[in-house]
Structures are given as structure tokens and as C-alpha cells.
Ligand binder design. Structure first.
Ligand code: NDP
Ligand code: OXD
Length: 303
């Protein structure tokens, strides 16, 4: 069973070491493939243009947690997203940071400081603002636990609405009720047909007036023009964005200079090279032994 890695030079260095330690075969880069029919797994962000030459391909592994950048795969090829506790912890940290920044009006104070303005606003305790998390999966749950520990009331939205300790949960059909109490809205959804463009006029209009947005899902969730309208109208107070549409955000985009918006360049988390390799090894072994594939993406759900 050979894995083909198509990724960054750093992963190209680390993965072969990890695979050698594990006694597994790896090929780095398509140019190094001698026999495409020997490749049973491909790990990549973007897949090869022509997958059909890999006639015995069993799994495609996304080196990230998301899979929205990947095309639909032919029947018989499984899709796995990388499950990496280190990446999930980084996401939690970014969400906690951005939520606290939103709660404590940091976009406004950063803008004031640039103008050398000393002007105090009101300070609210964490218990006074409810955080609403769109997407209560692996990352949403981790973030919720830390936000609860800081004293924020937390509510969550997921397809199932399945119970999460100390979190007020809402199922897909109850989106409006969920939004009506989300003072700080955190988006941690996967990008799918059902969630594309969800952060738009209609959704913003259902939040409490003056709500704050924290977004680390995908750029495709966000209608950027709708966000500008909601900020101009006062419906939203601020937005902290790790993802935009497009990425990179063009140098001339008005969001760069908007005092109500803080942008980070899709760095909320990155998969550690060794952790990513360990995930790929776990996938290969599960396939070999006929066990459930870690990080398996359900074709019909798209996440
Ligand atoms: P999971 O698959 O574990 O969780 C996804 C959650 O979203 C689940 O709770 C799911 O509901 C919910 N969900 C999906 N579709 C809908 C829908 N239509 N309506 C309501 N809820 C929905 O994903 P992770 O937590 O691991 O990751 C979430 C996302 O974070 C990734 O897909 C990626 O987009 C983003 N990400 C961003 C990074 C960055 O650097 N900015 C890095 C890593 C990830 P249910 O539980 O009922 O299935
Ligand atoms: C990911 C990402 O999905 O980096 O892992 O956004």
C-alpha cells in the first residue's frame, strides 16, 4: 500500500521520516510516481488533475480539516479529512481569542489607538453576553468548553441539535430561535451546499441588535456585502474574520481599513506535519484491516 503525498515542502520532508519509522511506503510528488497503479492513497490539499490514472486508489485524504476544496470523487474512493488534536486546539485558541476581543471591543480600541484616542466604553462581564456557535462538531465543542469556563453562556447549532454539556443546543430547523439569543456569533461550520452564503442579510437580521461576528469557517459562508451593510446599519458591531471570499483578500478591499473589522489570513489553525502524517497512517491501517476510516466524510452530507 503506497501513499502519494502532494503538499508543502515541509510535509514532504517530515512525512517520509514518519512513514519510514512506521515501515510504510510513501511517494512525494507526482513526478516521483513510477507506477500509478501502486498508489492506493493520496494525501493532498488539491488533488491531481487526472485521478483516473490511479486505478487502485482507495482513499483521498485532505491534509486539512475541511474538504470543500475537493471535487466530488468517483464511487469507490473514500474521502477522509485530517483529524488532528493539535489543529483543533489551535482553532479553539483562535476562537477564544477572537470572542474575547469581540466581547471587549478590541476592534474599536485598536482603531482608536491608531488615532491616539483615549476614550473608554462600557465593560461587560462574560456572563452578560451569550456566544452562539454555528457548527457544534469537533472544534465547536472544544471551543464551547473553553468559553463556558470563561463564564460565557453558550448556545450551539448543529444538524441534529444533539446534547452538549452545559450548552443550550438547537437543531437545524431552529436556526431563528438560536440566532435570537446569540450576542457573539461564532461560525465553525463546514462549507457545504446547505451552508454556503449562510452569513448573509437574513441571518444578520435575526441576531440581537449590535451582535458581533467571529468567523473561522470558510469564506464561502460569508456574504461580504451583507456584512458591510449590517455593520453600516449598526445591526452588527464588529467582525473578526479568519476566512474571506476571495482569499487572499485583495489589497484594495475596503475591509482592510474598516475599523470595525479585524482580519487574520486563514491562520486560525494549521495542521502540524507529524500529526497529519499520523492521521494518514491511521487511515492506511484502517483500510488494510477493514476498520472504519478515521475522518471519513459522508458523501451525502458533504462533511
Ligand atoms: P465537524 O464535521 O466535526 O463539525 C461540523 C458541525 O457543523 C457539526 O456539528 C454539524 O452538525 C454542523 N453542521 C454541518 N452542516 C450543518 C447544517 N447545514 N446546519 C447545521 N449544522 C450543520 O467539523 P470540525 O468541527 O472539525 O470543523 C468545522 C469547520 O472548521 C471545517 O469544516 C472548516 O470549514 C473549518 N476550519 C477552519 C480552519 C481555519 O484555519 N480557519 C481550520 C480547520 C477547520 P452535526 O453535529 O449534527 O453533524
Ligand atoms: C483546514 C484549514 O480545513 O486549514 O484544515 O482551513
Amino acid at each position: 500500500m503506497t501513499l502519494l503525498l502532494l503538499s508543502t515542502p515541509e510535509r514532504g520532508k517530515v512525512w517520509p521520516q514518519v512513514f519510514a519509522e512506521a515501515g510504510e511506503d510513501i511517494v512525494v510528488g507526482e513526478q516521483a510516481v513510477r507506477d500509478p497503479s501502486a498508489i492506493e492513497h493520496i494525501a493532498c490539499w488539491y488533488p491531481p488533475k487526472d485521478l483516473s490514472v490511479y486505478t487502485r486508489l482507495k482513499t483521498l485524504i485532505s491534509v486539512g480539516a475541511g474538504v470543500d476544496h475537493l471535487p466530488a470523487l468517483p464511487e469507490g474512493i473514500a474521502l477522509s479529512r485530517t483529524i488532528a488534536p493539535g489543529l483543533e486546539a489551535m482553532m479553539r485558541d483562535w476562537v477564544v481569542m477572537a470572542t474575547l476581543m469581540s466581547h471587549r471591543d478590541m476592534p474599536m480600541y485598536i482603531a482608536q489607538a491608531r488615532q491616539r484616542v483615549w476614550k473608554a466604553g462600557n465593560v461587560a462581564a462574560t456572563g452578560k453576553r451569550t456566544v452562539g456557535i454555528l457548527g457544534m462538531g469537533r472544534i465547536g465543542r472544544l471551543a464551547a468548553a473553553s468559553l463556558l469556563a470563561l463564564g460565557f453562556p453558550v448556545r450551539g447549532w448543529s444538524v441534529s441539535g444533539a446534547a452538549v454539556d452545559s450548552v443550550e443546543m438547537f437543531a437545524a430547523a431552529d436556526l431563528d430561535a438560536f440566532l435570537s439569543g446569540a450576542d457573539i456569533l461564532v461560525c465553525l461550520l463546514p462549507l457545504t451546499e446547505r451552508t454556503r452564503g449562510i452569513l448573509g442579510d437574513a441571518l444578520f437580521g435575526k441576531l440581537p441588535r449590535g451582535a458581533r461576528l467571529v468567523h473561522a469557517g470558510r469564506g464561502g459562508h460569508l456574504d461580504m456585502a451583507a456584512l458591510a451593510r449590517a455593520l453600516d446599519d449598526g445591526q452588527l458591531t464588529s467582525a473578526i474574520l479568519d476566512v474571506t471570499d476571495p482569499e487572499p483578500l485583495p489589497a484594495g478591499h475596503p475591509f482592510w481599513n474598516d475599523p470595525r473589522i479585524v482580519i487574520t489570513p486563514h491562520v486560525a489553525a494549521q495542521t502540524d506535519a507529524r500529526e497529519g502524517a499520523m492521521h494518514a497512517l491511521a487511515v492506511m491501517r484502517a483500510v488494510r484491516e477493514g476498520r472504519p476510516i478515521p475522518g471519513l466524510v459522508a458523501r451525502e452530507r458533504g462533511y
